[in-house]
Write a protein that binds this ligand. Sequence first.
Ligand code: ATP
Length: 285
Amino acid sequence: MDFTSEVELSAITVKPIAFTEQQQRQEPILKQVHLHIGSGEWITLLGRNGSGKSTLAKVIAGATVEGLSGDVLRSDPSGRLVPIVMQQPEAAMVGSTPWEDVVLMLEQNEAEEERIAGLAEEALSLVGLGERLHQPIGTLSGGQKQLVAIAGCIAVYSPLLVLDEATSMLDPEASALVLEQAREIHAKGTTVIWITQKLNELNEGDRIVAMQDGRIAFDGTSTSWYERVNGHEGASVCERLGFDAPYTVQIAWELEKLGLTLDPFPIVPSMLAKAVSGYGSRLDA
Ligand SMILES: Nc1ncnc2c1ncn2[C@@H]1O[C@H](COP(=O)(O)OP(=O)(O)OP(=O)(O)O)[C@@H](O)[C@H]1O
């Protein structure tokens, strides 16, 4: 496939659909959103309930969004819709088994008929469902259903993958597995928009885009997301936007208060362990 997945949003505004007089007076769902998504980027899109994340995801995916104004530029000349992996994958599933579901998705995307069976099997094996190709969908766990949805995106070579709170209904183990699969697909070159409210899903080097009241309130690195201006409590963007930082970050902040600044700032437990052990060896020297 010879297309890339650059997306450029300029002055995007989405007004609520006016059903009632009260809704007519509502604030726009998205207000003057400007965003450039480069090919191969990983973007973690954060925001509280109702901040506009799903609406923005639909705009990025190229879905029809009523009340939309502004420019959406996609470098994919086919103009085809980007599949969105949702919170509840059942809603988008059409097949009765993982294999059937991915085959139907390939057919919808007009894949070459003789390649369909092989592509479906390959994509499902890639996400670890090679042994469950013909297991009834209803008997799969929530995490396995999400993996079927991801396999569908892999099979149709979507250049852009949008996952809208794909782990919100999953236990920690299944969440980690789904996130790991998305990270692997990204490592192979796919652009990924990972929508979440869980800060323990952030990683070093992620670009964070945070929504508040329909606007982009922050666009920067995961490190600057947690950076406390002059070390003051409550002065990070994370705290100002009302998010609870994970324990790793809270420990790093506590150490900062005691005068111990860790470099690089730890986002995940393994980084904290490494930073602390490095500090210990400096003390020994
Ligand atoms: N078609 C519509 N007409 C009127 N209001 C809408 C419409 N679609 C969404 N909204 C409102 O716009 C706001 C943003 O919705 P959106 O689903 O984008 O938020 P979100 O950040 O994804 O929330 P959540 O995390 O709860 O899924 C919400 O207050 C929602 O009720």
